[in-house]
Design a protein around this ligand. Structure first.
Ligand SMILES: C[S@@+](CC[C@H](N)C(=O)[O-])C[C@H]1O[C@@H](n2cnc3c(N)ncnc32)[C@H](O)[C@@H]1O
Length: 247
């Protein structure tokens, strides 16, 4: 399926017209399965941990403090945790806690949480397994190897430092989870194309997510990615949401 990164109208127009027999599907929100999983697993007696929480999107968007007994977010960057703490103060939720902590070596006792989540952040699966209670769940989301394929091939230097494509494919991801003791209960892979309407939109987006200035020296590298039919730029997305159980 294909949708525009910043404007869905163009793709919906195309979807209706089915140019050259190509079917364009309407937009889908890649976060849906993840949101449904963290909310669906909720229980008022259970504790929830979000690893690499960033600005706390998983916790605040889903109002998890109203669904779980205790909710904790950790991130290695103090700036992120300070933003989360301010949001928690505004939300006035007593069961919310945020800590600066390295996900690779967590300062929690064994079995402290019933659900652990990680959205596009690095996780030590052995550590996630350790801090989960027996029967607890890990909900995680990763870019797979082919995610952003066109742009990462054209600008390898932009992706070298901040590559979030941690797993090659689903079997690779599942093997690593199983090696840590998990039993995988769900893999939901979204494989679709974004269409950027022009170079500027694409460059603005990728400069933000890669923290790279490589795109300003783009030369003709972006021009080569353009579709002749309308000069838009297609980019492959491959995103996997996985739920795994501590057996
Ligand atoms: C791509 S962001 C995702 C943020 C958030 N999960 C979201 O989806 O909005 C990755 C986050 O992981 C954090 N991070 C990276 N390495 C980490 C580590 N070793 N331990 C804890 N957090 C880490 C970063 O600081 C960043 O906030």
């Amino acid at each position: 399926m294909i949708f525009m990164a910043d404007n869905t109208s163009l793709i919906l127009e195309r979807w209706k017209s089915k140019i050259s027999g190509i079917k364009f599907d309407p937009p889908v929100d890649y976060k849906t399965t993840f949101w449904e999983s963290v909310r669906g697993l909720a229980n008022k007696n259970h504790a929830f941990l979000d690893v690499g929480t960033g600005v706390g999107k998983v916790i605040f968007v889903n109002d998890l403090s109203s669904l779980y007994r205790k909710v904790v977010g950790i991130d290695i960057m103090p700036e992120m945790i300070s933003i989360c703490k301010n949001k928690a103060k505004e939300a006035n939720a007593k069961n919310l806690d945020f800590k600066v902590m390295d996900a690779m070596d967590m300062d929690f006792t064994d079995g402290s949480f019933d659900v652990v989540s990680s959205m596009f952040s690095p996780v030590n699966f052995n550590e996630a397994y350790r801090v989960l209670s027996p029967g607890g769940y890990l909900v995680c989301m990763y870019s797979l190897e082919k995610d952003h394929r066109e742009v990462s091939r054209a600008f390898p230097e932009a992706f070298s430092k901040t590559d979030s494509r941690m797993y090659k494919n689903v079997p690779d991801l599942n093997r690593k989870l199983e090696a840590a003791g998990f039993s995988v209960t769900l893999n939901n892979v979204l494989h679709y194309k974004w269409l950027f309407k022009d170079e500027e939109t694409l460059v603005n987006f990728y400069e933000k997510i890669t923290f790279s200035q490589a795109f300003s020296k783009k030369g003709d590298r972006l021009a080569m990615l353009k579709r002749r039919i309308d000069m838009s730029i297609p980019v492959t997305r491959v995103i996997c949401t996985t739920v795994a159980k501590k057996t």
